[in-house]
Design a binder for this molecule. Structure first.
Ligand code: TNX
Length: 482
């Protein structure tokens, strides 16, 4: 196999596969160039070693992902032009040297919220390419929420016929008309074929797509499609406001059966060993004590835990693990196999790790990329408090208070791109980059190799030109672009 093939511009591919390319410098690269898989290279998965000498490029990797990383590093070393879509004829230079490398964390994730604003399939595929270039390896796709259902489920066509579309979005600036939305219809969904294509595209790049079907809150779009799923049965619309809707799922066997069918489809389409059931921000106001009692539960507060246990058990029958937002830690009887996404700071993740859960660190204080990037008055996306690229670079995924014997429970970290205020692929670019590049280094590099002093220079001199070549509309370090 040759991992260089799919990643490099064509003339370079010719080089990497043994074609001729004359290079006229001391750091000349000649043929042949090879990639070898050697599981004995390193105890670390995804490890690789790259040797560049005047005689050629040689990469050894412990596994196929490591081979892909070697090719990605090689592309970085070729310079920004190697990131252009167009073929570039001419000579390429590589510095001679050795790279021995492996990731610090196994879960190097990004959440993309395609529910609040739909992103077309082509944008998701492009985003996967950008993730791969940054050696990120988990795409958490937030597919369902109050404001939209993006996952086609053949058994329940109204989920996407109705649940994928809303009348408008709340922007806070509605001049006339309905004060709750801007009157611009919004929607879209992924067909089963689209999702299979996304999963396969990701797999080729050694990225796992973790699907999220959020229960029992964040479910108003599903209830709009099938009102009988709701706790009151009253008809509702796909929500056009932001925030947390009061319309939760009814705690009944019928609703569980519905979601089991949804999840049967999800596990058929997605190959991820982990499926996210959400479990976050669940209002209990629409549930009645008798409903809880009918399920043998003490109070309505126990209903979210019941959903998680029941549907998580169903996923387990399919051999899949459940991921839940850290709110799930509030519930008794949580299976120790449940993976916890620690978003309300690091405390919940620390507690979960100590209690024996595997954890993905996602703290909103550090890695929520929907947050504004400065206090500048022209900052176009004024969400929350400011988080700069340097702030993200300074993030440390292992909480200081986590005892050492629980460190291994932290599988890694994940950056969140919630899209309430990101209504186009360009806005997603702007929010994501270059902060995601800083995050990628946080989850990849050994802690002692992190270099906050040198990062701004490396970013400006080496990485932003690559993003330019890739056509990424990132936020410039010197301020917002109008
Ligand atoms: C909290 S993180 C949420 C999301 C929002 C986000 C906005 C989490 C589990 N819930 O639904 O989009 O804040 O920053």
């Amino acid at each position: 196999m040759n991992a260089f093939d799919t990643l490099l511009p064509r003339p370079v591919t010719a080089l990497a596969t043994g074609g001729a390319l004359a290079v006229a410098s001391p750091s000349a690269v000649a043929t042949p160039s090879t990639v070898v898989i050697d599981p004995g290279l390193s105890p670390h998965s995804e490890a690789y070693r790259l040797s560049i000498t005047p005689d050629g490029v040689r990469a050894v990797a412990v596994d196929a992902a490591g081979a892909a990383h070697a090719a990605r590093t090689l592309r970085q070393l070729l310079g920004p032009d190697a990131f252009r879509a167009a073929d570039i004829r001419g000579s390429w230079e590589l510095p001679c040297g050795e790279v021995a490398d492996h990731p610090r964390f196994a879960w190097r994730g990004v959440l993309l919220d395609v529910a609040r604003h739909f992103l077309p399939k082509s944008s998701v595929l492009r985003f996967l390419d950008l993730m791969a270039a940054h050696k990120l390896n988990v795409l958490h796709l937030h597919l369902t929420d109050d404001q939209g259902w993006r996952l086609e489920v053949p058994a329940f066509p109204r989920l996407t016929e109705v649940g994928a579309w809303r009348k408008g979005s709340w922007t806070g600036r509605q001049p006339d008309g309905d004060p709750t939305h801007d009157g611009r219809p919004h929607g879209g969904f992924y067909s089963t074929a689209d999702l299979r294509e996304i999963v396969a595209y990701a797999r080729e790049r050694h990225i796992t797509v973790v699907p999220e079907v959020d229960v029992p809150g964040h479910s108003q779009a599903a209830i709009a499609a099938y009102p009988e799923l709701g706790s009151t049965g009253e008809p509702v619309e796909v929500w056009h406001a932001w925030g947390v809707s009061e319309h939760t799922l009814a705690p009944t066997r019928a609703v569980i059966d519905f979601y089991k069918t949804v999840l049967d489809h999800v596990v058929d389409v997605f190959d991820s060993p982990v499926v996210c059931l959400g479990g976050d921000e669940v209002p209990t106001g629409r549930w009645r004590g008798e409903q809880a009692a009918a399920l043998g539960l003490e109070s309505v507060e126990a209903i979210p835990g019941w959903f998680l246990r029941t549907l998580g058990g169903h996923l387990a029958e399919h051999g899949r693990r459940t991921l839940g937002w850290d709110d799930v830690m509030d519930h008794a009887g949580l299976s120790p196999g449940v993976l916890v996404a620690s978003w309300r700071g690091e405390k919940a993740g620390t507690a979960a790790a100590v209690a024996g859960h595997d954890v993905v660190m996602c703290p909103e204080q550090h890695v929520y990329l929907d947050h504004r990037q400065s206090e500048h008055p022209d900052e176009p996306i004024p969400v929350g408090f400011a988080r700069t690229t340097e702030d993200v670079y300074a993030y440390e995924p292992i909480p200081a208070e986590l005892p050492e014997d629980a460190h291994h429970r932290v599988l890694g970290a994940q950056a969140q791109i919630w899209t309430e205020h990101l209504d186009s692929p360009r806005r997603v670019d702007y929010a994501a980059f270059p902060r995601l590049a800083a995050f990628a280094e946080v989850v990849w590099s050994a802690k002692e190799l992190r270099d906050p002093a040198g990062f701004p220079r490396r970013l400006a001199e080496h990485h932003l030109p690559r993003l330019d070549a890739l056509g990424v509309e990132y936020r410039a370090p010197d301020g917002p672009r109008p």
